[in-house]
Design a protein around this ligand. Sequence first.
Ligand code: SF4
Length: 314
Amino acid sequence: MAQVEASVARYLAALETADRQEDETARVRTARLEDRLASLARRMEQLHEMEEAVRTAPDGQVSITDPDARAMATSAKDSGIVGYNVQAAVDTEHHLIVAHEVTNIGNDRAQLSGMSERARNAMGHEGLTGLADRGYFAGEEILACERAGITPLVPKPQTSGAKAAGRFGKQDFIYLPEVDEYRCPAGERLTWRCNSVENGMTIRAYWASTCQTCPMKAQCTTGKERRIKRWEHEHVVDAMQRRLDLKPDAMRVRRWTAEHPFGTIKAWMGATHFLTRGLRRVSTEMSLHVLAYNMKRVIAICGIEPLLAALPAR
Ligand code: SF4
């Protein structure tokens, strides 16, 4: 809209100049400029309509190429993509895609438990260990996995503002479960003080009474005292961190497992996007890719004869 306004201002100035001249060329130029101004006015009208559509859209997004596509969160700077989010659970032994789903949710934070359960059901196992990258980290999802008998391994994103500012991060405070307290870097005890509810999660707050006289305060907080927050179910996150500490290659295993099918399918597709539009059709297109990948993978692993023998007769 700003660009259209700038163009209108430019054309109006040119129109004024043309008005001051009275020859044939000026008349032709005036007619052309009036045409352009009319088309800019129509463009502005369309943009106002679009602005209204974006304003009233439930998630504040309108995709004009494919109405179901949505802005995807990406870690790379300036790499915004409007498209779909393909979820895939891949088994670490054979690199087969055991469960997949196409969503138009822009991030992976709500996907862990649902995809893990689908993978477990597809594999017919009682339990399952699910490796996922930090984009899947969400306390409620980790808890849901535990409750469903799935063991999640998801690293925690490092988002501590205090640590980034050179002060102690939450990881510098040691939780003592037997007394439900934290011990701070100065050796003081941070006791439970109150609860609050944030995004539907009950959060417990701990602090010490000695911060104001503490010699390490400058390294710790800019406030009156340092407060540490703890989700009421944080023990599941702590237990997961301990499992991750004991399995230092977990993320390498995840990478070489999950990236194998994605790399292969992308190489087959070429440097292109989905050929269909709309969530339902894109899901079908992806299912065909997954089917082709899995068939070729099984053939590579055990050959055609055993595959045919294992397929149910029709
Ligand atoms: S400021 Fe408070 S929490 Fe921080 S190190 Fe000192 S006593 Fe511990």
